[in-house]
Design a protein around this ligand. Sequence first.
Ligand SMILES: Nc1ncnc2c1ncn2[C@@H]1O[C@H](COP(=O)(O)OP(=O)(O)O)[C@@H](O)[C@H]1O
Ligand SMILES: [Mg+2]
Length: 311
Amino acid sequence: MRQVDIVGLGEIVLDWVTEIPHFPKPDEKIDALSENYFPGGVTANYLVATARLGGKSGFIGAVGDDSYGDYLIEDFVKEHVDTTYIKKIVDKKTPVNFIFVAKGEKTIIQSPHMQTTKIEGNDLNEAYIANSTLLHTTIIHQKVTEKAIEIAKKNNVKISIDLESQIALRGWNNLKKVLLKADILLPNKEGAKSITNSNKPEKAAEILVKKGIPIVIITLGSNGVLITTNEFQKRIPTYDINNIIDTAGAGDTFNGAFSLAYWIKGWDLKKSCKYGNAAASLKIQKLGARTGMPKEKELLDFLKKNDDTFL
Ligand SMILES: Nc1ncnc2c1ncn2[C@@H]1O[C@H](COP(=O)(O)OP(=O)(O)O)[C@@H](O)[C@H]1O
Ligand SMILES: [Mg+2]
């Protein structure tokens, strides 16, 4: 077993990505501009973002007993994400997501195998979680997440949660047990809205902090991010990017770079958010959730060029 600093518990999937000139209407047939496949999955992408920047990270989760699963594991090995606790499940399929990119905007259709190809509580290795610094999750599989969080809490491991809209739709009452254990919540605008019923990110974040989540950072696409704690609320704008190719994985990249900066490097919230915004800025200039995720040097060069307040 390799000791890692950041453990990610959640989903890993294959992304089929096609660029299209516009989204077809029912009964319409159009020609795609490109056809591609990439390794993906919110939690898996997040870990690759941290590993590219020099973090020591490992994944806990499952793939199916098929060639897609092999491909995803091999890719993790190439990216130096620890695969000790990936389980290959016999007679289950590796999930495939269908991603349509029209003029830089993504539409995603998620695999039903996402909910069936998963690990159970007794697959968790306590020491692996206990020896890490941060447990990051999307709560995709709630039971096993609750168990992993319990292990983390017992061992002073920090907890970071990315709340996507489809998960948030389970409702506060179903999720509060998990969400209130978070040291930090990292939803995008849609996730924050779904969990609070508030359309305004400022208000949504205040609601979540009042309920007892100490730090909430809502990602706001081209508007950067909003940090909210009991002490302050501040928006950190992002950088002007004019050749946006694909925003899939933007949030995962922000979350990964932010987490490494804040929890592992020990930087403050604002500086860590700039690091995250800059990493996401590089990501969105390439097709595929992980293609444009920067290595550390590329990210620091970008910041040097684009942000004289960074250092
Ligand atoms: N159009 C964009 N222009 C510049 N930066 C962007 C854009 N879209 C996303 N980003 C960056 O990626 C981060 C996450 O994007 P967001 O769309 O909020 O999350 P998600 O990908 O989870 O939906 C943003 O906070 C920002 O740093
Ligand atoms: Mg996201």
